[in-house]
Write a protein that binds this ligand. Structure first.
Ligand code: MG
Length: 162
């Protein structure tokens, strides 16, 4: 295989965790006392994945495609935004080989939600759940994430084309 037809991308995101907002992670709404603050639905995991896909395809970053000062993206469904990005990279011949990702959150506990998150992310990417891995860990009570002020996520994707 031509190595130029295999591309890796990474993405990272963080959002503040505040009262009075929905908590949406990987397209799954999770019951919690706090939610993530942002111009869109603030789905930190999908934003990290979107940046990883865009990075692998050499298409810049999420802010370039969906500016957070653009009123049309206020309250935007990050699931739809990632679907749009997948359509765009698909038009350039790219297919996703696999995704690995990590949510860093002190609370809530995410292990019980993980099957739903993986299924929803796979549906968004139009791939099988075997191609999607989502890990969750705490920040050992260290820093803003560990103190419960924010949730962060990172993602790595591999794209290929024939
Ligand atoms: Mg974001």
């Amino acid at each position: 295989m031509n190595p130029l037809n295999l591309r890796i991308g990474e993405g990272w995101d963080v959002h503040a965790l505040v009262p009075g907002r929905r908590l949406v992670l990987g397209g799954v709404e999770i019951a919690h006392t706090h939610g993530l603050l942002g111009h869109s639905d603030a789905d930190v995991l999908l934003h990290a994945i979107t940046d990883a896909v865009l990075g692998a395809a050499g298409l810049g970053d999420i802010g370039r495609h969906f500016p957070d000062n653009d009123p049309q993206f206020r309250g935007a469904d990050s699931f739809r935004l990632l679907q749009q990005v997948m359509e765009q990279v698909g038009q350039q011949g790219w297919r996703l080989v696999n995704l690995d990702s990590t949510i860093v959150a002190q609370a809530p506990r995410l292990s019980v939600h993980m099957p739903a998150i993986v299924a929803r992310v796979a549906a968004c990417l139009a791939v099988s759940t075997a191609q999607v891995n989502v890990k969750a860990k705490t920040a050992e009570r260290l820093g803003p994430v560990g103190q419960g002020h924010s949730i962060a996520a990172r993602a790595v994707v591999l794209l290929m084309r024939d």
